[in-house]
Design a protein around this ligand. Structure first.
Ligand SMILES: Nc1ncnc2c1ncn2[C@@H]1O[C@H](COP(=O)(O)OP(=O)(O)O)[C@@H](O)[C@H]1O
Ligand SMILES: [Mg+2]
Length: 195
């Protein structure tokens, strides 16, 4: 098994591995030394399980995302897309529409992505795919869904044409307008706090 590290974030190390003749990714949650060891171990195990479960649920509503091959204590083995994350490319309008549609689908089953930016959406040979559910959780709360919208707006530019396309698609695909309104409230509050 030859491993090649392709990502090292705050939460996890992502390695490209070949196993049983299949190229896949191994995503291992890293230790947080500032946490007590037993608690850290438990949190990492729970988060690993949650990520796998959420990836499975997301596919059931039609969101293209990695397949989970297997799951270990602190790591998941997932399928590898051929492609690039959208932050490395000039994003196209239909990809912005896909971003809105896929977030609406995730929210329809109460999945909060928690890091929904172009860095976690890929242009792949199979279409637009969502990755990195490492901080995801389930919640019905409008505030939590609105936070995904805020993250997205901050990534694409608040009030930009790109953001407009995503939001329109989000609403067309069943996203709730109360969530969008709440996102604007959050942004407004943030601005008042800074002044
Ligand atoms: N399923 C996947 N297929 C192809 N590349 C991936 C996949 N998952 C992650 N990557 C690549 O690895 C990088 C890091 O993975 P990611 O899950 O976003 O973790 P983090 O952002 O926490 O480092 C991504 O930016 C992407 O380039
Ligand atoms: Mg990422």
């Amino acid at each position: 098994m030859t491993n090649q590290i392709i990502g090292r974030g705050a939460e996890a190390i992502v390695e490209s591995v070949r196993f049983c003749d299949i190229n896949m990714l191994k995503k291992k949650r890293i230790e947080k030394r500032y946490r007590e060891q037993a608690l850290d171990s438990k949190l990492r195990m729970n988060r690993t399980k949650t990520e796998a479960r959420i990836l499975h649920k997301a596919k059931k509503v039609g969101v293209l995302c990695p397949v989970v091959y297997f799951i270990d204590k602190y790591e998941i083995y997932i399928s590898k897309f051929k492609g690039k994350t959208l932050n490395k490319l000039k994003i196209k309008d239909d990809e912005l529409e896909d971003m809105g549609k896929m977030l609406a689908l995730l929210h329809s089953i109460d999945i909060i992505h928690s890091d929904y930016t172009r860095a976690n959406v890929m242009r792949t040979t199979r279409g637009t795919a969502v990755i990195d559910f490492g901080l995801s959780y389930t919640s019905k709360r409008i505030e939590d869904k609105a936070n995904d919208i805020v993250t997205l707006m901050q990534d694409l530019g608040v009030g930009s044409k790109k953001t407009g396309i995503v939001i329109k698609s989000y609403l067309t695909h069943g996203g709730n307008k109360d969530i969008i309104e709440r996102a604007y409230d959050v942004l407004k509050r943030g601005r008042y706090q800074k002044n």
